[in-house]
Design a binder for this molecule. Structure first.
Ligand SMILES: O=c1ccn([C@@H]2O[C@H](COP(=O)(O)O)[C@@H](O)[C@H]2O)c(=O)[nH]1
Length: 230
């Protein structure tokens, strides 16, 4: 199910920076808490953001043996976040274990396919995967679907192929979003919010294009309008 609110990546180091950033916004937002913030502020900040009425994607990208991931997910289930993720490269058994760990919660579980900072050449040379990047991403998406997950993290460029392979209900959460004229930074597979909309992303994740903008609220609203096709 497509979500009209861009997910804002809260890539900040401290709770104070997050609360200062959020002061500039009204209403309920969809916010991503990733490793930088979680490893410094921990679950208490997740609870606080929840109390403020925002939805949370907890982007911890778990990747470990099935037993460890299942136990970690049992703890995460208590945080009542909207969405959490694992690395699909952890395999079918690990993804099934992650799902078991979340049993009884409403948290959606998705899997990272190939990071949006990975290029086809990098994947082939460094990971020794001798297929196209799209084939690798669609393979991981099928694996996540077989494990009963709700969707995947991928780039906009693979979103349509994943919809064809796994069905339109399967979530395609796409970082690497850059409005035109904005630097790609370390991202390799980037696209604009309008392209994401056309290619079948169900969610877009936006960090620096909002958090580093001179006016984050204006940037958020422009990206949201472009994503919604207004
Ligand atoms: O494949 C992936 C998975 C996660 N991310 C995360 O999304 C944001 C993107 O930030 P930008 O500043 O908009 O580039 C960031 O938190 C990543 O950890 C990703 O980029 N790609």
């Amino acid at each position: 199910m497509r979500n009209e609110r861009p997910i804002i990546a809260l890539d900040f180091a401290t709770k104070e920076q997050v609360l200062e950033f959020l002061k500039g916004f009204d209403g309920s937002l969809f916010l991503k808490v990733g490793m930088e913030l979680f490893y410094q502020e921990g679950p208490e900040l997740v609870r606080e953001i929840n109390r403020l009425g925002h939805d949370i994607f907890l982007d911890l990208k778990l990747h470990d043996i099935p037993n460890t991931v299942e136990s970690a997910m049992r703890g995460i289930a208590k945080l009542n976040v909207a969405m959490v993720n694992v690395h699909a490269a952890g395999g079918l058994e690990m993804m099934r274990a992650a799902k078991r760990g979340l049993k009884g919660s409403d948290t959606q579980l998705i899997a990272v396919t190939q990071l949006t900072s990975t290029s086809e050449e990098g994947m082939q040379k460094e990971q020794l995967i001798p297929v196209s990047l799209e084939e690798s991403v669609v393979h991981y998406a099928r694996l996540a679907d077989d494990a009963g997950l709700d969707g995947v993290v991928c780039s906009v460029h693979e979103a349509e192929a994943i919809g064809d392979a796994c069905g339109e209900e399967f979530l395609r959460v796409t970082p690497g979003i850059r409005p035109s004229q904005v630097s790609a930074d370390d991202q390799k597979r980037v696209a604009t919010p309008a392209e994401a909309s056309r290619q079948g992303s169900t969610h877009i994740v936006v960090g620096r294009a909002i958090t580093k903008a001179s006016n984050p609220k204006d940037s958020y609203q422009q990206i949201r309008a472009e994503w919604s096709g207004q």
